[in-house]
Write a protein that binds this ligand. Structure first.
Ligand code: B12
Ligand code: SF4
Length: 504
């Protein structure tokens, strides 16, 4: 059997009935890993346990369900694999991935199993205890390449590869590659792209065929609720503008891509890099729409850069003030210049860029006064032109500095933005619902034409905002089958392995 690496994107695990935890996404990390292995001449494929059946819902346990293929169905599709890598984006998929690993082991006892991704990077030992041979900590390209070469060529010692954890040995962190251009492009051709394009729901609003992309990795900030500082080492590394533009140009020529979702944690950390990226798109006349759904920092942006990015195709921009309270921001260790935020919001709105502001509710000792300040800021920003807000209830994440400050969770799956286990969850939920209502009312009053535009966009299926996508998704589901919407809200879910046709 020829040596082959199979990278598995597990089913999208979500909290049954929770609309905040089921955003479909293309597996960016696996795409870049596969692109790099191909570039190195190592045979690789992606088995996309979500993308192959993205509308299919199955029950995992009494709280969780999954979109995509069950572990048994994934194993059925696994052929000729020598090295199997599973992507673990967050704690949401912890238990499912361990189940999947057991099922693979049962069928293929000799296969070598490795876990990687953000969650595996912060708790690698849990995956080794759970039956994996290796877990990859941090940037995956070099450790995975090293392991594949050891296994394929029978040379070298996997134990000596930086970035790999295994039973009984401590991991030496993999060095971060300074020249990200070395890694190549995301291997889009290995995904069932049509299935993603047909979903009409993504991490950012899309209007046509889209791709995901990173222009940089890491972040220089040190917010206490975030795991990025630990996993990505507080360094910001960027690809060259020409390399990113080459990737977009190639995807545009091959697939007719019109929308690009930029997944960077900190897009535009250095203004001159963001400007170079925009200029390169303009020089090549690439004409794509792009968005930065993971947020940009107010501190690193200015009017001139936003204007240039807009000319190059920026259509959806996310700021992350997180809180309206300076006191809470201090405990988060997050710098935020409110005045500049207001200024940039007004400026970007005038250009026609659609805007989202993200808030984290319930961080550590946040009190009523802090919440009042958050509410005031969110509504003020809406009056100034912010199109939508996203409200997340804080949950401690392993690897984040503030991990220890909230106890009571039982398993990693509990650590998501709907932490029902938190003692004050009810009051936070009520606050979140009320703030969404107040926001909707403010938007109706101050952005009435914008509301009409949203209705039109939903009807045409040409989304400019995430809330339009979400509404479109609900309408489509209702239109196609009442049964499926019931599944979605969790009252009727196919038992594992017994999917009826309509769920496919
Ligand atoms: C964009 C993003 C999303 C997007 C889309 C993700 C995507 N396209 O992959 C959306 C919005 C959908 C999302 C959802 C969630 N996310 Co998210 N997300 C991110 C973000 C900002 C960037 C991820 C990314 O694309 N990185 C770029 C790629 C290139 O890097 P990568 O995926 O890490 O892959 C590299 C390595 O990890 C490794 N690797 C990855 N997979 C594998 C597999 C193998 C076998 C190997 C060897 C290596 C390997 O190699 C890759 C290349 O070097 C990260 C922050 C961060 N620092 O990463 C948070 C982050 C990963 N998300 C997080 C969380 C909590 C969530 C949610 C649970 C939030 C929620 N809604 O409740 C959900 C979970 C979804 C689910 N059901 O699993 C946390 C995870 C923390 C944790 N330990 O659990 C992070 C770290 C953010 C944070 N707050 O700290 N997310
Ligand atoms: S929350 Fe954003 S700005 Fe803060 S450390 Fe994480 S990625 Fe960086």
């Amino acid at each position: 059997m020829a040596f082959k690496v199979t990278l598995i994107n597990p089913a999208l695990v979500h909290l049954t009935g929770d609309p905040y935890s089921s955003i479909p996404f293309m597996p960016t990390g696996l795409l870049y890993l596969a692109g790099y292995l191909e570039k190195q001449g190592i045979a690789v494929t992606i088995l996309d346990g979500f993308g192959l059946a993205p509308r299919r819902l199955f029950r995992i346990d009494d709280q969780l369900s999954g979109f995509g293929l069950t572990e048994t169905e994934i194993v059925e599709r696994l052929e000729d694999a020598s090295l199997v890598g599973i992507g673990v984006h967050s704690g949401m998929s912890h238990g499912f991935v361990l189940r999947l690993a057991r099922a693979i082991r049962e069928r293929y006892p000799d296969v070598v199993l490795i876990a990687g991704g953000n969650h595996a990077s912060v708790v690698p030992e849990r995956f080794i205890e759970g039956g994996f041979d290796y877990a990859c900590v941090g940037e995956g390209e070099y450790p995975l390449e090293g392991l594949a070469r050891c296994l394929r060529d029978g040379e070298g010692d996997p134990w000596a590869i930086p970035g790999l954890a295994g039973p009984g040995f401590a991991v030496t962190p993999a060095p971060f590659e300074e020249d990200l251009d070395r890694f190549g492009f995301a291997a889009l051709h290995l995904l069932p792209l049509e299935n993603y394009w047909g979903l009409g729901m993504q991490h950012a609003p899309v209007q046509g065929r889209f791709m995901v992309l990173t222009t940089s990795r890491g972040c220089i900030y040190n917010c206490r609720f975030c795991t990025t500082p630990k996993v990505w080492g507080r360094q910001w590394r960027t690809r060259s503008a020409a390399h990113v533009a080459d990737e977009i140009q190639q995807a545009r020529a091959r697939y007719g891509i019109t929308d690009v979702i930029i997944q960077d944690e900190l897009f535009g950390c250095r203004r001159e890099k963001a400007a170079a990226f925009a200029e390169e798109l303009l020089r090549r006349d690439l004409r794509v729409r792009f968005s930065t759904p993971s947020g940009v920092k107010v501190e690193t942006m200015d009017e001139a850069t936003i204007a240039l990015l807009h000319r190059a195709g920026l259509r959806y921009l996310v700021f992350a003030p997180e809180s309206g309270s300076e006191r809470v921001l201090k405990t988060m260790n997050k710098p935020m210049d409110f005045d500049k935020l207001r200024r940039l919001v007004v400026f970007a709105k005038k250009l026609g860029i659609r805007l989202n502001c993200v808030f984290v509710l319930g961080f550590e000792d946040e009190n009523d006064e802090d919440r009042r300040l958050t509410r005031t800021l969110a509504l003020e920003l809406t009056r100034l032109g912010v199109d939508e807000i996203s409200l997340f209830i804080w949950s401690p994440l392993p690897g984040a500095d503030a991990f220890e400050s909230e106890a009571g969770w039982q398993r990693y799956e509990d650590l998501n933005w709907t932490p029902r286990w938190r003692k004050n969850y009810r009051s936070l939920k009520t606050f979140r619902n009320r703030l969404y209502l107040a926001w909707a009312w403010t938007k109706l009053r101050y952005q009435f034409p914008g509301c009409l535009r949203s209705v039109l966009n939903i009807l045409r299926g040409r989304y400019e905002l995430k809330m339009e996508m979400a509404a479109g998704r609900i309408l489509r589901t209702l239109g196609s089958s009442g049964d499926t919407i019931l599944n979605y809200i969790g009252s009727k879910i196919c038992p594992v392995g017994k999917h009826h046709k309509r769920c496919n």
